[in-house]
Design a protein around this ligand. Structure first.
Ligand SMILES: Cc1cc2nc3c(=O)[nH]c(=O)nc-3n(C[C@H](O)[C@H](O)[C@H](O)COP(=O)(O)O)c2cc1C
Length: 331
């Protein structure tokens, strides 16, 4: 199996895993809007390994790994890779869950979440809590690698209560993941403080000292391709993972394109239809509403239109609101 990480262009651009955001419907929309020059890798939402190991739990979490045929087609056409991200705290469960994914799905890679700072998961010793337990983190990486030929990457932070970037990245490199994605905040910083990119220098030093060529991808507060390119001059990493930047601009990965109001309205409708068609009653319509503000902004009447959209409860209402806005504004 090919390790695509070593073949990515430099710098590469990745869309971050985001729960209740990067489902198959939104990923397909992002694929539509992006220039493949500026988008190389997409991630699923994080999926619990314990859940994947039990038939009942699996039913509850499997939507996170769903890939619509229409998304698959676009991935292929645009040459974009798709990585499944998993989380947990037990190496055996990582092994079993990875085998299950390997045998039942068609992903290009597996990523281990060692970064999520949320209390609920940290309490269980999962995600960013693993930074405090490198032995266990190492066992998890090895168990996951044993279960698959797919490249296994790790997404992590610079420390738990304080930055221990050089020691932690130095340790991860000894485990030989296919790539390391480093969010330049500690667990304690959550997302309440600005990302501290100077930490990247320490990660790069750790890589140099270990004589490794494992790709190092940076993450945290990057809100345009230009910002990423400027950061790369200072921190010569291999790529950038973008999270909330996509909320500010769904066309993030198409920096030379300026969407018209019509583009924004049409994309909202396309996304809403795809969401409802994909999930029906399985996912709450209210979750879709968080996307309305990402399309409806920066034009006359946007605030009032957003308010009207927030009162909708089904697709037909969204379609009617947008239709009438278009008629009134001759769009
Ligand atoms: C709504 C939301 C959901 C997220 N879910 C995940 C997740 O499932 N897995 C993960 O590794 N990180 C998750 N993150 C963290 C992002 O992947 C990313 O590391 C973080 O937002 C920092 O990048 P940014 O400053 O570009 O947003 C989530 C972030 C947000 C805002």
């Amino acid at each position: 199996m090919q390790n695509f990480w070593n073949d990515l262009k430099n710098p590469s651009f990745l869309l971050a895993p985001m729960e209740d955001v990067t489902d198959t419907a939104f990923r397909e929309i992002v694929l539509h809007l992006s220039n493949p020059q500026y988008l190389q890798v997409l991630y699923t939402e994080f999926t619990n390994t314990d859940g994947l190991c039990h038939p009942i739990g699996r039913d509850k979490v499997k939507s996170r790994l769903q890939v619509n045929p229409s998304e698959r087609k676009l991935l292929k056409e645009k040459g974009v890779k798709l990585v499944a991200q998993i989380w947990g705290n037990n190496p055996e469960k990582f092994y079993e869950a990875t085998k299950y994914i390997d045998e039942n799905y068609d992903f290009d890679g597996i990523d281990i979440n060692m970064g999520c700072p949320v209390k609920k998961v940290v309490k269980q010793g999962s995600c960013s809590a693993l930074i405090k337990f490198p032995d266990l983190a190492g066992e998890i990486i090895q168990a996951t690698k044993e279960a698959t030929q797919l490249p296994v990457s790790v997404k992590t932070r610079t420390g738990f209560t304080q930055h221990i970037t050089k020691a932690w990245i130095g340790f991860l490199l000894t485990q030989k993941p296919a790539a390391i994605i480093l969010h330049t905040r500690t667990q304690k910083m959550q997302t309440d403080f600005p990302a501290e990119w100077e930490e990247m220098t320490k990660a790069l030093e750790a890589r140099d000292e270990s004589d490794s060529t494992i790709p190092l991808i940076g993450n945290g507060d990057v809100f345009s391709v230009k910002e990423a390119l400027d950061l790369q001059k200072k921190y010569p990493i291999d790529g950038f993972m973008i999270g909330r930047g996509i909320f500010q601009n769904p066309w993030f990965f198409n920096p030379d394109f300026t969407p018209t109001i019509k583009d924004k309205l049409d994309t909202l409708i396309e996304h809403s239809r795809l969401y409802v068609q994909t999930w029906g009653p399985e996912r709450n319509f209210q979750v879709l509403k968080r996307f309305f503000k990402i399309y409806i902004n920066d034009f006359n009447g946007a605030a009032a239109l957003r308010a009207e959209l927030m009162d909708t409860n089904e697709l037909i209402e969204v379609e009617n609101v947008i239709d009438s806005f278009k008629k009134t504004h001759r769009i």
